[in-house]
Every structure is written in C-alpha cells, then in structure tokens.
Write a new protein. Structure first.
Length: 315
C-alpha cells in the first residue's frame, strides 16, 4: 500500500456508513472513529506511546465481537473471557461492565457498522521499559471497528484449504520477539518470592534465564552452556563469552543440564547485553558453591568487559 493511502483525513461529521474517500491508488476506504482511553478520535489521530507495554512486551489482552445488523453477537461470552484474561495477567478492568457495553454500542453507532467486528485491546499501560512493572499503571484501552461481510462470506460457499504445521506457539525462542509477557510475569513472580530472576526449565532441563543465557562451571572447571536451538535465544554476549573462554583455555561443553546439576556446580552465571556476565549464587534457595560469586565467573566478567571496551565502536 502506498504511504499516502494510509494517511487518511478524518471526516469530522458523524456519518451513517462512514465517509468513502479515494486514495491515490484509487481504493475507496472508510474513515473510522476509534476509541482510545476515554476519547473518540479519527483513526489516524489515535496514538499510543512507544513505551506502552502492549507494544514492548505484548503485555495486553484483546477481544473481538461480531456485529450483524448493528447488534453485538455473543457479547456476554466475550466480556466474560475478557475478564478472565485480565485477571490471569493481573490487569484491572479500566471501565465498568456497563461502560464497556456502552462503548461497544457507541463505536458501532459512530461508525455506522452494520456487519463486521469490534476489536478491543487492553494493555497494562506505559512506563519505561522494564520486565518488572509498576502496580499503579493506567491500562490502555483501545477499540476500533472493521467492516467484514460476515454473512455473505464467499468462503462459506467454497470452503477453506488449510495446511498443517507443528504447534509452535511459542517454540521459537531463538527469535528475539517482543512476545515477552510470560517472561515479564515470571520475573514479577521471582521478585514476589524474593529472588532476582528466573531460569526456565523444560523437560527437566534448563533452557535459559528470563532475559539472559544461563551457564555453569562444573567442579572440574568446565564451562557448560546449553547448545543453540529454538529452545533459547542465541545470545550475542554468550557467543563472545564462549570465544573468550576458549581463548583463555577454559574447557567448554555445549549441552543441556538440569537444575540439580546447576545446583551442584561450582559456579553459575548469566550473560546478556544488559547484565554482561553476572554471577548466580543460588537456585530455588540452594546455594551454588559457597553461595558467593564464583572466581572464574568474575574473571570472565573482567575479561569480557576489557575485551568489549577495547573493541567498542565509535562513530
Ligand atoms: N535470552 C533471552 C531470553 C534474552 O531476552 C536475552 C537478552 O535479552 C538473552 C538471552 C541474551 O542475549 P544477548 O546476549 O544477545 O543480550
């Protein structure tokens, strides 16, 4: 789509069926009135902060309600699920049930929607990026409509062709996506339980930390780190640290290991762009080694920082 075609002017006049305009590409479209945090706005004037947690952490929930003849279908089911979703991730409902229903009717009326969908999204709100969120955030509530021929859908005549795929929701952790809701909630849980971070375990084996790679140094001095796969993010810091470890003649093994093996290790640490090399001193209350940052870990941290500073890129 041409950029011009997406820069729509708003028709301030209420209209029964939206105002068709012709874009440079010749496509007619309707200018919608959308809802954002208590305001009715032309769709191109509704702006959400880039710090909104829905945008940065996928920390949001949504509902979609069908509309036929201007009436809401299955509305009680959708609001009930909306409440369940909000409760599950600890976001409070920003409006009352009556207000929510009124918003649905109003958005249908304002857009003269006969057949289509009402989309509603509630995010936890905006604040500076941090996996740990504040408890006083104001949720972001946005709504828009879409005209869809639900009844006269031609696909109902022809049927759908589908393909099968492994259910990979979400088995692709090697991709650095913003789908970080689980990690954020996990980090909050760690905080609530008096810990600093979480290591994730799958099939009894550690994958990585909530926002870092996890490594151990065995009692015989071997640096063990999980091999790369779609089970973990391929950390850039991890890669640099492994190169430095090999240069420093440290033995490195890339394999999976359990929580028990990690608890029994001499040392443990995480790596990430934000933490560099950070010692881990206990897992689930069990001390690793003497419960203090390991000497080898701290040496690797020094070497890493020294190496990075010697190679850091200036303009
Ligand atoms: N694993 C996860 C899940 C992460 O989110 C991160 C960093 O954000 C890392 C590992 C470490 O990657 P890097 O060293 O590239 O920062």
């Amino acid at each position: 789509m041409q950029h011009q075609a997406r820069c729509r002017r708003f028709d301030p006049m209420p209209h029964a069926a939206g105002s068709p305009e012709i874009t440079q590409s010749g496509t007619a479209f309707m200018t919608r009135t959308v809802y954002l945090n208590g305001q009715w706005l032309p769709e191109d004037q509704a702006k959400v902060s880039i710090f909104d947690r829905g945008y940065v952490f996928a920390d949001a929930i949504y509902e979609v309600t069908a509309v036929i003849g201007g009436k809401l279908l299955d509305y009680p089911g959708h609001t009930a699920r909306l409440k369940r979703s909000l409760e599950a991730i600890g976001i409070s409902m920003p409006v009352s049930e009556d207000e929510l229903l009124d918003l649905h009717h109003t958005i249908v009326e304002k857009n003269g929607l006969d057949q289509g969908l009402v989309y509603l999204q509630i995010s936890r709100g905006a604040e500076d990026r941090n996996f740990l969120f504040s408890d006083n955030l104001t949720p972001t509530l946005s709504m828009f409509t879409q005209v869809v021929p639900l009844l006269a859908n031609p696909k109902a005549e022809t049927g759908l062709a589908v393909i099968s795929m492994p259910d990979g929701r979400w088995a692709n952790r090697q991709i650095k996506t913003v789908q970080l809701l689980y990690s954020s909630l996990a980090k909050m849980e760690a905080k609530n339980r008096g810990a600093d971070d979480v290591i994730f375990v799958e099939d009894g084996l550690i994958t990585e930390a909530s926002s870092a790679n996890f490594h151990i140094i065995t009692k015989s001095g071997v640096l063990v780190t999980r091999q790369l796969s779609n089970a973990l993010l391929h950390g850039i810091t991890r890669s640099s640290v492994l190169s430095l470890a090999l240069t420093a003649q440290l033995k490195v093994e890339e394999r999976a290991f359990s929580v028990e093996e990690a608890q029994d290790a001499a040392e443990a640490f995480i790596t990430s762009a934000g933490a560099f090399v950070m010692p881990v001193v206990s897992i689930d209350g069990t001390s690793i080694g003497d419960g203090k940052p390991g000497k080898t870990t701290l040496r690797i941290r020094e070497i890493y920082i020294e190496d990075q500073l010697s190679r850091a890129m200036a303009r």
